[in-house]
Design a binder for this molecule. Structure first.
Ligand SMILES: Nc1ncnc2c1ncn2[C@@H]1O[C@H](COP(=O)(O)OP(=O)(O)OP(=O)(O)O)[C@@H](O)[C@H]1O
Length: 360
């Protein structure tokens, strides 16, 4: 990655009982998720990027240097926007005036995002005359995100923007974030605790623990590594990028085609042919067979090749990394089953997939 098309972030700073020490090269567009347990240093890293936390180091964003050994741009000169968990809209201003507040401070010829566009992307047209106290938590967060975008940032930092919302509001707001993900070319760094959120939104993931980066890389590849902390989680699994192909209306199924094969998923009205989708296949939902068994109830059977057989953290289970076409999969089996199948790298097998979830 060259300096001009990515984020280079190197920071060291410390508090009494915590040291942050990171050296990252992140993509210059799309969503990078900072993921990990509480206290790992995710917010501190975001604050360093924003210039809110003093740290030694270096930061450049798509070719613009914001900090090096000789100078450090103060917070207000960094062209970024920061969305927090708890939104602070101006309580005495309507949604419209909250939005125009930052927008009008940007000279017209420097605006990257149009007022109408932001209102549209975040679905705010019916809320413009409301006062913040009359908004739900999810609506407030949508206004906060639109307000952030209207300052035409070169970097959007989001610190657990959904964590204060209930489950329903989270579900409601995620499609808006997906729209931004598909539409914007501003890089977003998104802090989250929640694995499903990361799986749904991120292109790139950084896992932090105790102030260090313990795993990092493109989402699909990183989730499929057996030696990474993601693999240790109960809901370890992979994300498969697919496109909806044929629909089988009789059985209410849709075929999702990916690099190397197809998976059948339950039909839903929004799954029209040609629509790109992200599928999540959990390691615990895959079993391995040596021959294709068409006589069982499982719809999804894929040929695959074993790449790696790894001892799992939990006793009695084995984690197997496989490849079907160019797409990686992870399967979690009992160690006895792995032994009986005599799984070794390069062996050809069949994956029996019990459940496929659509996350996008
Ligand atoms: N201003 C501060 N002074 C002293 N310690 C701090 C300060 N800010 C953060 N810390 C400590 O630094 C560590 C990392 O905190 P940070 O908020 O970055 O973690 P996090 O991964 O974002 O956690 P969470 O997911 O709970 O938000 C924690 O141990 C925290 O107590």
């Amino acid at each position: 990655m060259t300096q001009s098309n990515g984020i280079l972030a190197r920071f060291r700073c410390g508090f009494e009982s915590f040291q942050l020490d990171v050296d990252l090269q992140l993509p210059g567009q799309g969503i990078t998720a900072l993921f990990g347990h509480s206290g790992g240093g995710k917010t501190t890293l975001l604050r360093c990027m924003a210039g809110l936390q003093k740290a030694e180091g270096y930061l450049s964003v798509n070719g613009d240097c914001w900090q090096d050994d000789h100078h450090r741009l103060p917070v207000h000169q960094r062209p970024l926007a920061y969305v927090f968990q708890e939104t602070s809209l101006f309580p005495h201003l309507s949604v419209q005036r909250n939005l125009t507040y930052g927008y009008q401070r940007i000279p017209a010829d420097q605006r990257q995002i149009d007022f109408g566009q932001a209102v549209d992307w975040l679905g705010l047209s019916n809320l413009l005359n409301r006062m913040p106290e009359k908004l739900s938590g999810g609506e407030r967060q949508r206004v906060a995100i639109a307000r952030a975008l209207l300052t035409s940032p070169r970097l959007l930092l989001m610190d657990e923007p959904l964590s204060a919302l209930d489950r329903k509001s989270k579900q409601d707001i995620l499609p808006y974030l997906e729209t931004l993900h598909q539409t914007l070319d501003i890089p977003m760094v998104y802090v989250s605790h929640a694995a499903p959120e990361v799986a749904r939104l991120a292109d790139h993931v950084v896992m932090m623990d105790n102030g260090r980066v313990i795993a990092e890389g493109p989402l699909q590849e990183t989730l499929a590594r057996t030696d990474q902390p993601f693999a240790l989680e109960e809901d370890a699994g992979v994300i498969v990028n697919a496109v909806i192909g044929e629909r089988d209306t009789r059985w209410h199924l849709c075929r999702a085609d990916f690099e190397g094969g197809s998976l059948w998923v339950r039909e839903e009205p929004q799954l029209e042919s040609g629509r790109p989708v992200r599928l999540q296949v959990l390691a615990r939902d895959i079993s391995i067979a040596l021959a294709p068994n068409h006589e069982q109830s499982i719809q999804n059977l894929l040929p695959a090749r074993v790449e790696q057989v790894a001892t799992d953290q939990s006793p009695g289970t084995t984690l197997v990394r496989l490849q079907s076409g160019d797409t990686p999969f992870l399967a979690r089996l009992t160690s006895r089953a792995a032994h009986q199948l005599q799984l070794v790298p390069d062996m050809d097998v069949w994956l029996q997939i019990k459940t496929v979830a659509i996350v996008d």
